[in-house]
Design a protein. Structure first.
Length: 307
């Protein structure tokens, strides 16, 4: 078993065909087929379903291990280079949409100026999408909604923020500066889907208040949810930083009493220590959160830990 075989397997898994994998690896299809076939012979199992271009059950097991191996090898190289020279290497980071809006530009600028040899790959997605990528070693760290209830993930709180309603200016809710959950339950609102951390905490607060919120639509993605409210589709329950008070538009921010703050944290895999470039990016993210806190309406220090 050698690294070329592992790279070939992961390329086929990602691109779902041998020809596409060959293009991604800048080689010919016969090389990819040979590497995968030799790996299958060594492990004694079929790893790729040729008809579907997908991993078999055995292939998923091997691919999961292969990602960890290659990530560790890359981290070793990055750590050693960083000891001899400036911090160098690639970091794959995931960020939830509403936070990405204001955090990513600041992070990209700072990393470019202070750590020019660090190469960033940024993925914007929901927490439900980012966590599996973190656990499968497709990401090195991720900014996500907390809590994260997974023993293989370490999470540290970055900030908390209030949950607010963004209401179109012609909606009845726009006449209020703040509402409680009982008043909010009298209106249909846009919400994230059940099963997401943001929604589950809202539903828990509503149950404690003995009210049931009425859903106009469920949208998985707080940034899209916010955009729909901005465009007048209906009031949306979103984090405060999704609509900072300095933004103007045909909509109104309404405070909501009885809702716990949203918690956003920095998550990393627990199975292996982060590389030097990953640790550097994590520190830059903490600095940018601290600097942006007052402008974005964040309400918590960045150094609170969670289990």
């Amino acid at each position: 078993m050698d690294l070329r075989q592992l790279h070939a397997l992961l390329a086929v898994a990602e691109h779902q065909s041998f020809s596409a994998a060959a293009r991604a690896l800048h080689t010919v299809q016969s090389n990819v087929s040979t590497h995968v076939a030799r790996l299958e012979q060594e492990v004694g199992s079929t790893l790729i379903d040729r008809a579907q271009g997908e991993l078999t059950v055995e292939g998923e097991i091997v691919a999961d291990r292969a990602r960890r191996i290659l990530a560790e090898l890359r981290a070793i190289e990055d750590d050693l280079i960083s000891l001899r020279d400036d911090v160098s290497g690639r970091v794959r980071a995931g960020v939830i949409g509403t936070t990405a809006r204001w955090l990513v530009p600041a992070v990209l600028t700072t990393v470019s100026e202070e750590f020019p040899r660090v190469e960033l790959q940024i993925i914007e997605a929901t927490t439900t999408s980012l966590l599996p990528q973190l656990l499968n070693d497709r990401l090195d760290l991720a900014v996500v909604n907390l809590p994260v209830d997974d023993p293989d993930v370490d999470a540290q709180v970055l900030f908390t923020e209030e949950r607010i309603i963004i209401a179109p200016s012609d909606h009845p809710l726009a006449a209020h500066e703040r509402v409680d959950l009982a008043e909010l339950s009298r209106h249909s609102i846009l919400l994230p889907p059940q099963g997401t951390a943001f929604r589950d905490e809202i539903d828990a607060d509503a149950r404690r208040a003995r009210v049931e919120l009425v859903t106009q639509a469920e949208v998985d993605g707080l940034r899209l949810l916010t955009s729909l409210a901005f465009q007048g589709f209906g009031p949306a329950l979103v984090p405060a930083s999704a609509a900072p008070s300095w933004l103007d538009g045909e909509w109104v921010r309404v405070a909501v009493d009885g809702l716990a703050p949203r918690i956003v944290g920095l998550a990393t895999p627990r199975r292996s220590p982060p590389s030097a470039p990953t640790r550097t990016l994590a520190e830059v993210i903490r600095r940018m959160v601290a600097a942006a806190g007052p402008e974005q309406g964040l309400i918590s220090p960045a150094d609170i830990s969670t289990g």
